[in-house]
Write a protein that binds this ligand. Structure first.
Ligand code: ADP
Ligand code: MG
Length: 495
């Protein structure tokens, strides 16, 4: 998932917010006459964001077509369709001690798991989370990887109790690295560029596994990376461990991405005779999709002012980083053109990303008659006193944006399933197939989740949709990476 450098901007806005601007802000006088009503802006928004069945169908079909084009040749589509080199999925038989390491944002996690095979499964697991010191995000590659290796070394020292390594073995690690990487094998990958606020010198163009291995050597830490994986791939592996029918994984958090199990012979751009299973996981990087999406002037303006204009359009329409910001832009228009919050425009509402997706989600949970919670969030976020009428309009705006996002995400999922079904003739729709979901947006936004499910059901019809199970797989990517270290272990194994 590439949330790209946009995250940096959000972070700085969050700092402003958390600095608690409690005093009521100076208000800016509204411009223009009050000839347009909030209700009419809402009506136009609902029309522009509408996702009736034909629109969903078009999006699903276009997603399937773009996937095919991206598999045909490198650069053949907006979707990169990145090969994960994961061709052996967890079965449940994995045994032994494995580590995982997750670097994907400001936090960094280390985890160990003792696997006991089909019967005992996860015997024990432990993890630690550390935040990356900000100066290391702007330092040298050696400094960052030395820090990671030192955290890992300290964590490994605390190993005991139910954890034990088979004699004569080196500890193996699954490394979840959620930055754009050109993978060259299951245990190597070249960093294309740092994103999400990282500006570390000397890593781009290098193999990140080699960087980590060298740092571990400097720390005198005898461990080895057996699998380098993206977080979506980790989620798929983690869910698959418990359920053999998992074929797709989707992350809906700050950003979004999806991966799925593909047949090697359906990937013309990659013909690897060494693949033993004939299957591999493909990371779609679907956030870059854009074909046929119902977009509004608010989306276009947000995109134009973003750090990555014209990129990641699907992500900007459906993921957690942006939903609140789209709503803010609509409310600002309503304040300016329709005086929704009185005769002045609240200054806080002018600040990009001041309204966050958790805020719009919290407002939608308010079922009270006077919408008091909506009123207090609007006061906190925008510094306005609102009428009940205004609060009702605000909720409708939130719902419109969440509905479009959820339904389009659902259409994207159906696109992936359709592509798989077409190539496998009945193996997807004709039996139980599970889509593993993770990410804060999916986890915490019930309306969004419901809209997503509704779109899937509408598109597939009642019969087929009974076979398609969309399931939350919470934090599966950590254990997933450790499991992939196991399935790709250099030691002899029969799992
Ligand atoms: P990340 O995607 O950064 O790895 P998460 O999967 O935890 O992290 O997702 C965090 C994102 O989830 C936030 O940026 C936010 O957009 C969304 N989110 C978190 N809490 C809520 C909530 N209560 N309601 C709606 N969205 C939420
Ligand atoms: Mg995440």
């Amino acid at each position: 998932m590439s949330v790209t450098a946009g995250t940096l901007a959000v972070r700085s806005f969050c700092i402003t917010r958390s600095a608690k601007m409690v005093s009521r802000p100076r208000v800016v006088m509204a411009v223009g006459s009050n000839t347009i009503s909030g209700a009419s802006i809402l009506k136009k928004l609902q029309k522009d964001c509408a996702t009736p069945l034909p629109v969903l169908r078009h999006v699903a079909d276009a997603m399937a077509d773009d996937m095919r084009a991206g598999l045909a040749v490198e650069g053949g589509s907006e979707l990169q369709m990145i090969l994960s080199y994961v061709d052996a999925l967890p079965t449940g038989n994995e045994k032994g001690l494995f580590y995982a390491l997750d670097l994907g944002g400001t936090n960094f996690r280390v985890l160990r798991v003792q696997l006991g095979g089909k019967e005992e499964r996860v015997i024990s697991t432990e993890f630690e989370q550390v935040s990356i010191p900000p100066e290391l995000m702007f330092g040298t590659s050696e400094e960052l990887f030395d820090f990671i290796a030192s955290v890992l070394a300290k964590f490994a020292l605390k190993e005991g109790g139910k954890f034990h390594l088979q004699q004569g073995r080196t500890r193996e690690i699954g490394f979840t690295f959620s930055f754009p990487v050109k993978q060259t094998s299951i245990d190597s990958g070249i960093l294309i560029k740092w994103t999400k606020g990282f500006a570390v010198s000397g890593t781009a163009g290098k193999d990140v596994v080699a960087c980590l291995n060298e740092a571990m050597k400097r720390q005198k830490l005898d461990m080895r990376v057996s699998a380098l994986v993206n977080d979506t791939v980790g989620t798929l592996a983690g869910a698959r461990y418990w359920d053999n029918d998992v074929m797709v994984a989707v992350i809906l958090g700050t950003g979004t991405n999806a991966c799925y199990v593909e047949r090697v012979d359906a990937i013309p751009k990659f013909q690897d005779p060494s693949s033993t299973s004939g299957r591999t996981i493909v990371n779609t990087e679907w956030g870059a999709f854009s074909n046929g999406l119902p977009l509004t002037e608010f989306d276009r303006e947000m995109d134009a002012e973003s750090i990555n204009p014209r990129e990641q359009i699907f992500e900007k329409t459906i993921s957690g980083m942006y939903l609140g910001e789209i709503v803010r832009r609509v409310l600002l228009r309503m304040a300016e053109a329709a005086h929704l919050f009185g005769h002045s425009v609240p200054e806080k509402l002018l600040m990009p990303f001041s309204l966050r997706t958790p805020d719009i989600c919290a407002m939608q949970q308010d079922t009270s008659k006077d919408l008091e919670e909506v009123g207090s969030i609007l006061y906190d976020v925008a510094g306005v006193n609102s009428s009940t009428n205004a609060r009702n309009i605000v909720i409708d705006v939130c719902d419109t944006i969440a509905k479009r996002g959820g339904r389009l995400a659902g259409a994207g999922i159906v696109g992936i399933l359709q592509k798989m079904e077409y190539d496998s003739k009945g193996l997807i729709f004709g039996k139980r197939t599970v889509v593993a979901m993770d990410g804060g947006l999916y986890e915490h936004y019930p309306q969004y989740r419901r809209y997503l499910q509704e779109a899937v059901t509408e598109l597939l019809g009642p019969e087929i949709s009974r076979n398609i199970v969309i399931e939350h797989s919470k934090d599966g990517s950590g254990i997933g990476a450790a499991l992939l270290a196991a399935t790709n272990s250099k030691y002899e194994h029969d799992f």
